[in-house]
Design a protein around this ligand. Structure first.
Ligand code: F0G
Length: 472
């Protein structure tokens, strides 16, 4: 007992010292377009720069100013973060706030609203690895978060800021997961939440969550981009805190899976990270997380970051490959992977930077490629939502094009849980998901993966006969 108390005291002392070293520098916001710097509380309600209209990112000036002996000791930070995994404290249990020295965005960490997000599993994808000839292929399953998607890591951060700043209402436009996450965290914090979603274009699992957690849910005759434009007008008129990923605090939370990944590889980062791209907050956030770890000396390099989009919703692909990441032309988005059905992504500049600075790629995959990859992830006993499966589909293309070597360590970021969109899965296995044109040329692969439920008589003989079709 005494030993435990002594250890707890040692940990608290180290945490205080590190916090003093990392937190004395209040954070500020830097415009990603013109570089203007403003105080966190001075941001406009739509989080756009008053001078150039671009988005902001959180910056901690003290980190770069402090060189030499005052620089936080990476070894001590790593030790502290590992120790916290054994702690019973709510904040230490969170895979976001466990790393709180790298996101000092609150006046008091006591204001953090947590559902014990993060600390998600990193699975070895053994079958896909074998098929593709890549030894070290992993999936970081962000669908294993409290509301079933990666959004929770960002929501705990930004919603805590909303609460600390005294807002009563929070809001988001969403393809479903952001709304589910926001509604849950708002309910925990006792705040009211408003959700704008495209009518008929989100998965039921996600809609049911927003309802259950008590959000005011408005289904609009508009796509995601239209919902976000409308919400921007609303927050400029009413005291409602915007929780889409244009809010830079969302990205501070969403950068923490990068820390978890690095920690899982004993701080030697993987060679390649593959992320789905929709509104492009996630790829931007993970890029920031890996960049900051590198700058602070926690890791020796950054992984290549590649972003994969659906072929029907691929504005970043054109932006990076044809326009050198300098401008984006919005598209009218169509894909059954409704989570990434986004034609005018807000964080494109930040995502383009993450790809370009790390030497990654940006490419798109077809509806059939997404459906096949999703079913393959299912066969590993993991499952994921369609938007997450673009990562495996993209990896296959990168491998075929010789852009990934067999010896490389690759991590796919699976963003959502398979139960979010059960209709998609059932339609695939019933053979009603894809139309003929989409499936052309892939019929054999699809048939090999389909596992439709069978109606059989309630006799042992009939059930045993059903096994024959699956022998081997
Ligand atoms: N995967 C899933 C499961 C998502 O829900 C989203 C985005 C993405 C990938 C793309 O991430 O936007 O950061 O590039 N969903 C948002 C929402 C837009 O409203 O739930 P991104």
């Amino acid at each position: 007992m005494e030993l435990r108390n002594a250890r707890a005291g040692q940990k608290a002392g180290l945490a205080d010292n590190l916090s003093a070293a990392m937190n004395d520098n209040l954070h500020q916001l830097r415009c990603f377009g013109c570089g203007a710097r403003i105080a966190g509380a001075a941001a406009r309600p739509d989080f756009r720069c008053a001078q150039c209209g671009e988005l902001f990112e959180v910056e901690y000036p003290g980190w770069s100013e402090r060189k030499g002996p005052d620089r936080p000791n990476p070894g001590a930070l790593k030790w502290l973060w590992r120790e916290r995994r054994c702690s019973a404290e709510a904040l230490d249990n969170s895979g976001v706030w466990r790393f709180r020295e790298l996101l000092p965005i609150l006046e008091s960490f006591g204001n953090a609203v947590t559902l014990r997000e993060g600390t998600t599993p990193l699975y070895h994808l053994t079958r896909a690895a074998k098929r593709l000839g890549i030894d070290r292929l992993f999936a970081k399953h962000q669908g294993m978060n409290p509301t079933g998607s990666f959004k929770d890591t960002g929501m705990t951060a930004a919603l805590s800021v909303a609460k600390e700043r005294g807002f009563e209402w929070v809001a988001c436009a969403s393809t479903g997961n952001t709304s589910a996450s926001m509604a849950a965290y708002a309910a925990r914090a006792g705040l009211k939440s408003l959700v704008l979603i495209p009518d008929g274009k989100i998965a039921w699992g996600k809609l049911s969550q927003a309802m259950d957690y008590g959000a005011v849910t408005c289904q609009l005759k508009a796509d995601f981009d239209g919902c976000l434009t409308l919400l921007t007008q609303i927050v400029n008129e009413a005291p409602i805190y915007l929780l889409n990923s244009v809010n830079p605090y969302r990205l501070e939370g969403q950068k923490t899976p990068a820390f978890e990944i690095a920690e899982a590889f004993d701080w030697s980062v993987p060679d390649h990270l593959i992320v789905p791209g929709g509104n492009l907050g996630n790829s931007s956030a993970l890029g920031k997380g890996f960049r900051e770890m590198h700058e602070l000396g926690l890791t020796a390099r950054m992984p290549k970051i590649s972003v994969i989009q659906a072929a029907g919703a691929n504005p970043l692909v054109h932006c990076v490959n044809e326009n050198c990441g300098n401008f984006i032309e919005p598209v009218e988005a169509h894909t059954r992977a409704t989570a990434i059905r986004i034609g005018n992504p807000a964080s494109w500049r930040k995502a383009a930077r993450a790809i370009q600075e790390t030497g990654g790629w940006c490419l798109d995959v077809t509806e059939a490629e997404i459906a096949i990859a999703k079913a393959e992830i299912g066969t590993e006993g993991l499952g994921c939502e369609p938007a997450s499966a673009v990562t495996l589909a993209g990896l296959k293309k990168l491998k075929t094009e010789g852009k990934i070597a067999p010896s490389e360590t690759v991590v796919l970021v699976l963003t959502g849980h398979t139960l979010k969109d059960a209709d998609y899965t059932i339609d695939f296995h019933r053979g009603t998901l894809l139309d003929k044109d989409e499936a052309t040329g892939r019929e054999a692969e699809i048939e090999g993966l389909r596992r439709n439920a069978q109606v059989v008589e309630a006799t042992p003989a009939a059930v045993l006969a059903a096994l024959k079709g699956r022998a081997g």
